[in-house]
Design a protein around this ligand. Structure first.
Ligand code: AMP
Length: 230
């Protein structure tokens, strides 16, 4: 069995495939660390930081935030986290080849010497993605941002409209409206082939997980395909 705490997992997959839910399970089970660049962007916006003002429009319209801003955000977070000797999940990063190059450059640093990088691609039909995202609610507490569903019983909150973990109100993300979801899917597809080609050229392992299953089963598939199950 692999050492479960010396990996960086790049979770690749369209918005809505369930990367957040699988990350949540991995954090609960192994104490891994997760960086969602989307969560980080929304945190900046809600706190009204200078960066938040700069990226607000891109997010609301489903476009990508500039590579430079994203790479800077990830750099400082990743260098701090990797010292904790826990595996790390990157959710929603890298989204472009420039970001992937930025990550590999960063990993030249000696703090990443023992760390192996694996790409985990989650695959789900487009129409299911649209259904999932348009019925998704997230916790309005920017530190939490846990996701729920109004459609799928296992992902419903215990008390309607309220987060199970921190009791904050649940809200719909502005970019989970159907027309914006479809734009986000287009943006994802625009970049994903080039990203996969890049990983292939750099010999970075990529495994594929079928996301047409319950969260528990997707999680188990991920562990077994990544060679992490007992
Ligand atoms: P997500 O929560 O991952 O679906 O991201 C929501 C939005 O945040 C995206 O539609 C982008 O506008 C922005 N965003 C998140 N991660 C990135 C990234 N790696 N590169 C550029 N923009 C990003």
């Amino acid at each position: 069995m692999n050492d479960i705490n010396n990996h960086i997992f790049i979770f690749l997959g369209a918005p809505g495939v369930g990367k957040g839910a699988i990350s949540h399970k991995a954090i609960e089970r192994f104490g891994w660390k997760k960086l969602s660049t989307g969560d980080l962007c929304r945190k900046h916006i809600s706190e009204g930081t200078l960066l938040g003002k700069e990226i607000d429009f891109a997010i609301k319209s489903g476009k990508l935030v500039s590579d430079l801003i994203i790479i800077e955000m990830v750099k400082s977070w990743l260098i701090d986290q990797i010292k904790l000797k826990k595996s790390v999940i990157l959710d929603g990063f890298p989204r472009t080849v420039i970001q992937a190059e930025g990550l590999l450059d960063l990993m030249q640093s000696s703090v990443f010497n023992e760390i192996s990088l694996i790409v985990v691609e989650f695959v789900l039909d487009d129409e299911l993605i649209v259904k999932r995202l348009t019925s998704r609610l997230i916790c309005s507490n920017k530190v939490c941002q846990k996701a729920y569903s109004t459609l799928y019983a296992p992902l419903q909150s215990k008390k309607q409209g309220v987060c199970d973990d921190c009791s904050s109100l649940l809200i719909q993300r502005a970019d989970d409206k159907e027309d914006i979801v479809r734009d986000r899917l287009k943006v994802y597809k625009l970049h994903v082939q080039a990203l996969k080609q890049f990983y292939k050229e750099r010999s970075i392992p990529l495994v594929t997980v079928n996301a047409h299953q319950s969260v528990e089963n997707v999680f188990d598939s991920f562990l077994s395909i990544a060679g992490l199950s007992a």
